[in-house]
Write a protein that binds this ligand. Structure first.
Ligand code: C5P
Length: 294
């Protein structure tokens, strides 16, 4: 048994996002094309025999207790596996911006589930880990193995899609977060709206056409942004001016992503945007992780 585990926690991007309706329990039925990107946090786990869980984060303002999904993921894992908590130190080296729609908290939680699963010799397979993630948050199941997937239901019903063709990605967040429940409430108040062409996006992935994927990216939340979010439109335009093939806001924002033909083009665009925006990153797509079964 390994006492020290390190996991990368990849950012989650939405290439498309649609809200189909409301579900019982206050959630919404979604249809989303999700993608993992190489922008990542790093999660360090150490079993230390203290019998309790401690959490430290390089973003010092994040909660270090059960309000942090990574902490709850460890509790959930020990409970599901029927193990007594041996004492665990969780250290998060954060890079993914918070309040950005990039799944930062969800992907840290998923990395804790993966890391503990590895520490204990893979008691759970991928699908079981995804089920465990459901209790933690709607994006956690996707973040367990990531890749390129179509997600429905609350986000937990997933189907594998062909991988996003090789490309460069620029992810840029304006200097304000957006509150997820507020955007859901705003979309509930909207009777008619445009929907993304999710089937067309899936067909573009099937055909391996980056241009067609980029052209079909669309997020319904961009139609209902609260006042004061004008900078999102500015970032969209700057990404297009820098040569992006397509741009879209991720999740409930506020980060926007642009797809570029390659890493070099994305690197140059990032540099141009970084003069104005502090939270600006270039990345590449990451494929689905293999999770062994015991
Ligand atoms: O599942 P999670 O805790 O990440 O969701 C945060 C909030 O986002 C929920 O409380 C709900 O307001 C909203 N949400 C939703 N429908 C979803 C996912 C999230 O309404 N499918």
């Amino acid at each position: 048994m390994t006492d020290n585990i390190q996991e990368k926690a990849w950012a989650k991007l939405n290439l498309s996002l649609d809200v189909l309706g409301r579900l019982p329990g206050g959630y919404h039925e979604m249809k989303m094309v999700m993608q993992s990107a190489s922008l990542c946090d790093e999660v360090f786990l150490e079993r230390n025999g203290t019998g309790s869980i401690t959490l430290r984060s390089s973003f010092v303002y994040l909660p270090a207790d059960g309000r942090n999904l990574a902490y709850r993921a460890a509790e959930e894992f020990f409970k599901a596996a029927g193990f007594k908590n041996p004492g665990l130190s969780i250290r998060l080296k954060k890079r993914i911006p918070v309040g950005a729609g990039l799944g930062g908290g969800s992907t840290d939680a998923a990395a804790v589930l993966r890391g503990l699963n590895r520490m204990y010799g893979f008691p759970f397979g991928r699908v079981e880990l995804e089920h465990l993630g459901e209790a933690l948050g709607s994006d956690v199941p996707f973040c367990v193995a990531g890749g390129t997937r179509l997600a429905g239901g609350r986000g937990e019903i997933m189907e594998e899609l062909p991988p996003l063709p090789d490309c460069g990605i620029v992810i840029c967040k304006p200097p304000f977060p957006i509150r997820t429940p507020e955007l859901f409430a705003r979309i509930d108040g909207r009777r008619t709206r445009t929907h993304p062409d999710t089937a067309g996006l899936a067909a573009a992935l099937e055909a391996g056409s980056l241009e067609d994927v980029a052209r079909r990216m669309y997020n319904v939340f961009e139609e209902v942004l609260p006042a004061g979010c004008g900078e999102i439109g500015v970032i969209r335009q700057r990404l297009l001016d820098a040569g992006a093939l397509g741009v879209v806001m991720s999740g409930t924002g506020s980060a926007v992503l642009g797809l570029f033909p390659g890493a070099a083009e994305a690197g140059a665009a990032r540099q141009a945007l970084a003069e104005r925006y502090r939270e600006c990153f270039s990345a590449v797509p990451v494929g689905m992780l293999g999770i062994p079964t015991a």
